[in-house]
Each structure stands twice: as structure tokens, then as C-alpha cells.
Design a protein around this ligand. Structure first.
Ligand code: PLP
Length: 348
């Protein structure tokens, strides 16, 4: 009944694809300033970055308007999601989240001894906040919200979400995954970080993988109460997985606001083109607020993936809400043209 993914026997080799649109990567990154920083510090790869990590933490804290003690670092936000899943569910309990949503934390929670309590998204694709609040019970250890949501690309009204997080976090910690927030023009206004300053037990996860185009460099962070951070770090130290070089790339990328603006603008243009092209084909794409888009396909999921891969286009295929869906990441405009023409051949 729940979210399911179709997979190929073998993940396609990136070099064998003309358009790699299967992992929500930013095709423009890393920023030129981040690349310069990487080159400059490459020879420092023999050192641990203990001192340097604090500089990045200070910079992030200033950017988010919080204290350094509110920041937990990880090699990608996956690290924060997974450690939270391990620590919060090692004694059992349930995690309430939307279905479909980004499954990383829930999968680890399940593997660790917890159970997943899925709450279907509403018809307008937003989180069903009332139903999620009602789903919280005495065994709930955490609520997970992904906004904008993956794999749907859709947004839940930030004012309503702020109210929900503020109230529900009095009962149980709320984890808000804001991986794609950077693609919203006024992203920072929609963030839940302000709740951390109000003392609420909210954990906000952010990443350099998306708007900063640094997925392969592995830097992410969480903003939370110091006690919650201490709890998440009960299992392993937060920053130990981040490389010396990536720390400098992240600091440089934060200064390259022009690169982030460029990523946002070109992503929106690719999204408009794909949305219109899919509509022209008679398909029903879901309006997206992120760097990817979903649309229903009337075809067996694995067969679809095989045919798209044969045309050198990498995408993802899922099943939920009784339908099969393709999720396509926004690449360059050239890649999106290759994608549309492959789709025209496959969906005949
Ligand atoms: N959260 C969401 C919603 C994602 O889509 C992803 C990656 O696709 C991640 C977190 C993890 O990204 P990373 O570990 O690169 O920060």
C-alpha cells in the first residue's frame, strides 16, 4: 500500500548516460569559488580539520541566525537523518511522517527497532498536518517533515507548518528536512530555523548537496537544541566524516551568492520547460517547488526505466497513491531536451 520504488538490476554508469537525472543533483555545481578553494587546500589533505570545522560552524551559525552550539555537522544531511534515526529508535517507538516522503530517516528507524506511521499527503500534495498531529501517540519518538517534499516536489504552507511544529514539538521532537528550500526564491523566510531560537525541540536539516551543487563533496548540517544535538551525537561525533577540503569548499560556496542565484534561475527555467513539454504530451506533471518533478506513467516501472536507460537517460520510478510515477531531476536545458525526446519515444 505504501511508497515503493522500481529499480534496475544495475545502477547505470554515470558516464554511459547523456542525461543523468536520477539523483536530484545540481548540474551547475560546485560553484567556481568552491572549486578554487578545493584546489588551494588540496595539499592540506594530510590534516584533520578539527579547528577549521569550527570556522565553518561559526559561519553557518551566523548565516542561520543561531548560536554555534545549535549546529551539528555531517558529511551530507543523510548523516544527520541516519544518526537521528538510530539514536531515537534504538529502544523502539514510532516515527510519524507523510507518505510518500523521503525515506532515509524512516528506513534507519525501522532497521533500528522503530516503526513507521505513514500519513498520506492531502489531495493538494501538502502535508496533512491535522492527521499527523492526531497520529502522534505515547509511542511516538519523532515526527519527520520534508518541506518541500521528496519525491513529490511539493510544498506545505510554511505558516501552517510553523504553527504545527511549534505546537507538536512541545510533545515530541519534530525533524524538518529542508534539503530543497534553497530553490524557493524566498527560502529563508519559509525555514523552520526560527523555532530553534524560540527554544522549541525542532531539528532542521540543511545540505550543500542541492542549491550549492556539492552532492559529491558531502557537507550537511542540522540546526537544533544543544541537548538534542548531544543526543544525536551519542553514537558518533558529528563532524568526523567531513573532509578538510570540503569544509573550505562549503565556506567559499556560502560566499558565492551569485552561483546560488544562477542555480535557482536555471533550475526554474528547466522546470518550466519540462512542465510545459509534459503537458503538451498529455501528461499530468505535479507542479514542483524543487529541482525535480514527478508525473504519472502508464507503464510498468522497471520496463520504463530500462527503456529510458537504453536511450541514455537516467530517471527514477516509483509507485504510490495507486499510480506509477517517473521522477526526473532538473539538469541543464540540453539534458532536459534529451529527456523529453527520449520520453516521447518510450511513452508511445
Ligand atoms: N533529504 C532529502 C529530502 C533529499 O532528497 C536528500 C538527497 O537527495 C537528502 C536529504 C540527503 O542529501 P545529502 O546527504 O546529500 O545532504
Amino acid at each position: 500500500p505504501f511508497f515503493q520504488e522500481f529499480v534496475l538490476e544495475e545502477y547505470p554508469k554515470p558516464d554511459a548516460l547523456l542525461a543523468k537525472l536520477n539523483a536530484n543533483e545540481n548540474p551547475y555545481g560546485p560553484s567556481p569559488m568552491a572549486v578554487d578553494a578545493l584546489k588551494k587546500v588540496a595539499t592540506k589533505g594530510n590534516r584533520y580539520a578539527w579547528r577549521e570545522l569550527f570556522d565553518l560552524i561559526d559561519k553557518i551559525a551566523a548565516h542561520e541566525g543561531v548560536k554555534a552550539e545549535n549546529i551539528i555537522m555531517g558529511p551530507g544531511s543523510s548523516d544527520i537523518l541516519e544518526k537521528t534515526g538510530m539514536v531515537f529508535f534504538k529502544g523502539g517507538g514510532n516515527v510519524v511522517s507523510a507518505d510518500p516522503s523521503y525515506m532515509s530517516l524512516m528506513r534507519v528507524a525501522e532497521a533500528t527497532g522503530g516503526t513507521w506511521k505513514p500519513v498520506p499527503l492531502k489531495d493538494d500534495w501538502s502535508h496533512d498536518l491535522d492527521a499527523m498531529e492526531a497520529a502522534v501517540n505515547e509511542y511516538t519518538n519523532l515526527v519527520y517533515i520534508c518541506n518541500p517534499n521528496n519525491p513529490t516536489g511539493t510544498l506545505t504552507d510554511p505558516t501552517k507548518l510553523l504553527d504545527f511544529c511549534s505546537r507538536v514539538s512541545e510533545k515530541v521532537p519534530v525533524f524538518v528536512d529542508e534539503a530543497y528550500l534553497g530553490f524557493l526564491g524566498d527560502g529563508t523566510k519559509q525555514s523552520m530555523v526560527s523555532l530553534v531560537n524560540e527554544g522549541k525541540d525542532v531539528i532542521v536539516a540543511r545540505t550543500f548537496s542541492k542549491i550549492h551543487g556539492m552532492a559529491g563533496l558531502r557537507v550537511g548540517y542540522g540546526v537544533a537544541q544543544p541537548e538534542t544535538i548531544a543526543r544525536i551525537q551519542e553514537i558518533t561525533r558529528g563532524g568526523m566524516g567531513i573532509s578538510y577540503t570540503s569544509i573550505f569548499a562549503a565556506m567559499a560556496s556560502m560566499d558565492d551568492v551569485a552561483f546560488q542565484d544562477k542555480s535557482r534561475t536555471l533550475n526554474a527555467a528547466a522546470r518550466d520547460y519540462v512542465f510545459t513539454s509534459l503537458k503538451d504530451m498529455g501528461l499530468e506533471p505535479v507542479p514542483s517547488y524543487t529541482s525535480f518533478m514527478i508525473f504519472p506513467i502508464e507503464m510498468e516501472g522497471k520496463d520504463f526505466l530500462e527503456k529510458m536507460t537504453a536511450l541514455k537517460v537516467g530517471v527514477r520510478a516509483f509507485q504510490f497513491l495507486g499510480k506509477k510515477w517517473c521522477r526526473v531531476s532538473m539538469g541543464t536545458m540540453d539534458e532536459m531536451k534529451i529527456f523529453v525526446s527520449a520520453l516521447q519515444k518510450v511513452l508511445v
